[in-house]
Write a protein that binds this ligand. Structure first.
Ligand code: AMP
Ligand code: MG
Length: 314
């Protein structure tokens, strides 16, 4: 159910949840300091309690409410990337409830790039917000996706379709090595360029990554259809039970289940989860995706591969 900014403000202040637009994906938001409100997020999503949430702020100064140590590097990254799709992990203050951080002594923080959500935070408090989907379903990038998962009753602050379409990059600044825990629109190279120092990229299957960023352990992004890399070259598409996503190989097809992106990787990222959901509406059994050969380089490709591989393996 669409709600106004005023209504959303009122609901957050009263300890309810509201779905909010961001440039990455829609979030299911609650007052980050209200334990009962945050509990509702976990209940509504069916999210495992060990999976920590990202806290969304509207002003740099709000970091003081959340982080016990704010290294110089944070300011540099914020100047360059905030508001934007970069979540920064810092040592947390005791006042941040354990339910937000899944019991970790760190907290992930970001300033989202959406005027409605920034206004909502300014009128209320920092908001904790995982993606506004039922756990295990693809993240929502528009209000229709949210209603598919939660029905028409959930209050939604409608801010059009998400421009990026993949969840934020998560970078850990709480330890000795600066490490990207989850790839996203901001890649490790861009962070290195700003900080002029080495940035590590965590291996998602590594046990120590899973400990640091518990979200990597859980099933994500799964449509009902089976997702597979397309290994055989396709000469003619005849099977309407299959759904195809090409980024390089151009297909002349007006079929609803065949999409080509002509090397426009940001647009493929923006549409990926919508394709996952559309394939389910069309009752497709399998989604075939053209693999990314190693010679193609675009900063969004590691994030695209990560989300697709999660959908394949889960
Ligand atoms: P979501 O909100 O569903 O996009 O997931 C947020 C993800 O951010 C989690 O699943 C973790 O992987 C990561 N994250 C959140 N808080 C922390 C933290 N304190 N330390 C490391 N990773 C975090
Ligand atoms: Mg999520």
């Amino acid at each position: 159910m669409k709600v106004t900014l005023e209504k959303a403000t009122d609901l957050i202040k009263k300890g309810h949840t509201v779905a909010i637009p961001t440039e990455t994906v829609y979030g299911l938001a609650a007052d980050a300091f209200n334990v009962n409100a945050v509990k509702k997020i976990f209940e509504q999503k069916g999210r495992p309690s060990e999976n920590p949430l990202i806290v969304h702020i509207s002003d740099f100064d709000q970091l003081d409410l959340l982080a016990s140590e704010i290294p110089e590097t944070v300011k540099k990254l914020a100047d360059q990337f905030w508001p934007g799709p970069l979540s920064i992990v810092l040592k947390k203050k005791d006042s941040v409830p354990d339910i937000v951080t899944g019991g970790l002594d760190t907290v992930a923080i970001r300033m989202p790039d959406h005027p409605l959500t920034l206004s909502l935070i300014k009128k209320t408090v920092p908001l904790t917000a995982p993606s506004a989907n039922k756990s295990g379903r693809p993240s929502p990038t528009n209000i229709r996706h949210i209603e598919e998962d939660f029905g028409p009753e959930l209050p939604v602050l409608d801010g059009d379709s998400s421009k990026i379409g993949l969840e934020s990059t998560v970078v850990d600044l709480s330890g000795e090595k600066i490490t990207v825990l989850r790839p996203g629109f901001v890649d490790a190279r861009m962070i290195e360029d700003v900080l002029c120092q080495k940035v590590w990229v965590a291996d998602q299957s590594d046990e120590s990554t899973q400990k640091k960023s518990p979200g990597t352990r859980f099933t994500h992004y799964k449509p009902r259809a089976d997702v597979q890399w397309l290994v055989e070259p396709i000469l003619k598409i005849t099977d309407s039970n299959h759904y195809y996503l090409f980024h390089r190989q151009r297909q002349q097809s007006s079929q609803k289940n065949v999409h080509s992106y002509d090397e426009d990787y940001p647009s493929l990222a923006r549409d990926l989860y919508d394709h996952f959901r559309t394939a389910d509406h069309l009752s497709c059994s399998t989604i075939f995706i053209e693999p990314f050969e190693s010679e193609i380089s675009h900063p969004i490709i590691p994030a695209l591969k990560d989300r697709i591989e999660k959908a394949i393996s889960s």
